[in-house]
Design a protein around this ligand. Sequence first.
Ligand SMILES: [Zn+2]
Length: 349
Amino acid sequence: MTDTMQTPSGENQNSAGTPAAKPTSLTITDKAVNEIKRIQANDPSAVGTNLRVMVVGGGCSGMSYKLGFDGQPIAASDKIFEKDGVKVVCDAKSYLYLAGTELDFTDGLNGTGFVFKNPMRSEPVVAVPASQLNGCVHCGAHLSGELAPHACGQCGTPQPLVPGSLRDPFEVFQVARRFGQSRGELQKRFLLLSRALHPDRFARASEVARQASLERMGLVNEAFRILSDGDAIRDFLFSQSGFQEKGAQTSEDLELAERWFDLQEQIDEKGADEGLALLALFQGELTGLLTEMKLQMQRLEQSFDNQNEPKEALQEMFKVRHRMNTSQSMLRDVERMRFRLESAGKVHP
Ligand SMILES: [Zn+2]
């Protein structure tokens, strides 16, 4: 199988007309809209997704167009083209090549597929058969198996990343969203992907493959780091959740801050000796609180993993982490004050 199909260049002349102002948009023909709707109607996994167009390459081998339905959120830098309720999305870099292009669908004698026509460019018209949607950029094979979606199981080509796409470590490793990850399984998959994507293997490959292997390898390294560390998993889930630090403050936090404030006043009044005793008590209390919160965090992680109201568990974790941070910084303040009082004690024995 080849990467793309070419239709006779004669078709390119269809859209030739009076040289108007430089076109800046991707136009979608009725035939393309109908085909996109037909595929979405027949493929349950394509419902509610957008058709994403990616242009990779350039250079001597020409450009390669990749088309696929994706459920990724649309990035702020993405360009969106809409017609009759059908959305076609592309990243900003691909848009540089797509501006002025017409996306059509052909089912003529020369093959069936989506066709990109650009009257301003001399590049051949390329068509992507519907069967190759979401396929390998090099051979068109359906991406499945243990290397998917990072590299093609058929030809081994690493697949380019959509710029700005969500880098979700769980998706990178194709594992469930949970804290408890099997270390052995992670390591096995990490080794497999590292071998398949290693940039050395693509030193003499095309620019696209080299770039893709570097990006994919970076993605896999980062995902492995996150999934191997419970704190990093938590931070990743928080970063996705949209929780606000402001909303994390509870009445317990305020109460604790107030007590620390009162304690400092008391110590000022009562002097170093009594102050040190009060500080030691408070320090013990804070340490106990931190231990308790660590246990609470573990319980919440289990609750999240058991899918027992995971959203609520995550929200609660966010509050607990906030309180842990507050308590830890308070503990540092206590430590500093104790040092000050102890030094003061030495001056006045
Ligand atoms: Zn392939």
